[in-house]
Design a binder for this molecule. Structure first.
Ligand code: TXA
Ligand code: MG
Length: 324
């Protein structure tokens, strides 16, 4: 199969953005970096373009896609922005926060993108994806640029390995900065529902809005429909909160955690030798992806603190370890 074209983006690399824009305008999808993970982007107002995302990912179509906007004005054209949502946008955009909002009556976002819901998840990313939404003048739908259920890519090479010739073009901006996906929230009157932990922490959210941050399910009806429990699964089995290593297992460690039998591990990847959660988040998917191969039959993962970004890291690890 032919390989996708991989073009560097950055200061001076205008050709890559121009090539991507041309494909997006023609209803094709393109892999584009954001500060969280690489996204598989397409025009959110074009049904066929959206369909090509589901096709390339092999994703169940009931799972709605996040739409990426270039500005608050673009957000307001497609969704009803209440005062709390506005506060969140001001505090965290551009950045790793997705806000689920009621669709505006005039929105042209295609129902395939929202999976037919009356709501839409909007975020303003940092990086090339924002620039492309700006130049296209329309929101870009973009899930992570991996086959459905696989590990989210934090490098262009990883996206190429997962999607291969299913995409015509990959923009390469090197390794992503945050490394886990955006936090997803829904404002519900006097509280904020946390639908998916991610790059913005619970404490940062609470501080910005001064309202209780409630878990999905606790608050009632609101859920994130796409939050399948098994996700990010590498080839081998994943065992969490490991205090020892079984013979033949690989070890994913964190900080200076004491692990018994570390010497007979098949290999070890430390997410952050210094015990820094930001560094660990940035390294997480790269570690899972490098161990996603047939000769790695079992992975033991040392415990990672659950505070701050640790909430998102533990969420992704739980999904990687979930029964398939
Ligand atoms: O960091 C990220 O968020 C990355 C980059 C590319 O921006 N994108 C990403 O998209 O993680 P994806 O498709 O892997 O995750 C989207 C999730 C869905 O699984 C779904 O749970 C939630 O967003 N979602 C989207 N629209 C929603 C809606 N209207 N209501 C509730 N949840 C929604
Ligand atoms: Mg994903």
């Amino acid at each position: 199969a032919p390989h996708p074209e991989i073009l560097p983006v950055g200061a001076g690399d205008r050709d890559a953005i121009d090539a991507a824009l041309k494909l997006l305008d023609a209803g094709r999808c393109v892999v584009v970096p954001t500060e969280t993970v690489y996204g598989l982007a397409a025009d959110a107002t074009n049904g066929e373009a959206a369909a090509s995302i589901f096709e390339a990912k092999g994703r169940p179509s009931f799972n709605p896609l996040i739409c990426h906007v270039a500005s608050m004005a673009m957000a307001a054209r497609h969704a009803e922005v209440d005062p709390v949502a506005h506060k969140l946008m001001t505090a965290f955009w551009p950045g790793p926060l997705t806000i689920v909002l009621d669709l505006a009556a005039s929105s042209e976002i295609h129902p395939l993108v929202t999976a037919g819901l009356m709501t839409v998840g909007l975020r303003m990313p940092r990086g090339g994806l924002r620039e492309l939404a700006e130049r296209l003048g329309r929101p870009l739908a973009a899930p992570s640029a991996n086959r459905s259920g696989g590990v989210s890519p934090t490098t262009a090479e990883h996206a190429a390995r997962s999607l291969g010739s299913r995409v015509p073009l990959i923009l390469d901006a090197g390794r992503t900065e945050v490394g886990v996906e955006s936090t997803i929230v829904r404002v519900a009157g006097d509280h904020v529902v946390l639908l998916r932990p991610g790059g913005i922490t619970r404490d940062e959210l609470r501080e910005a809005v001064g309202l209780p941050i409630v878990d999905a399910g606790e608050g009632g009806a609101i859920t994130a429909p796409g939050q399948l429990s098994s996700h990010y699964a590498p080839f081998g089995s994943v065992r969490l909160d490991a205090a020892h290593v079984e013979p033949g297992e690989w070890l994913i460690s964190f900080g200076r955690s004491k692990i018994e039998g570390r010497d007979h591990a098949a290999g070890e990847i430390n997410l952050s030798p210094a015990g820094d959660l930001r560094e660990a988040a940035a390294n997480l998917f790269g570690a899972l992806s490098s161990l996603d191969r047939p000769d790695v039959k079992a992975i033991a993962v040392a415990s990672v603190p659950r505070t701050g970004l640790g909430e998102a890291i533990n969420d992704r690890l739980r999904r990687a370890a979930a029964p398939r």
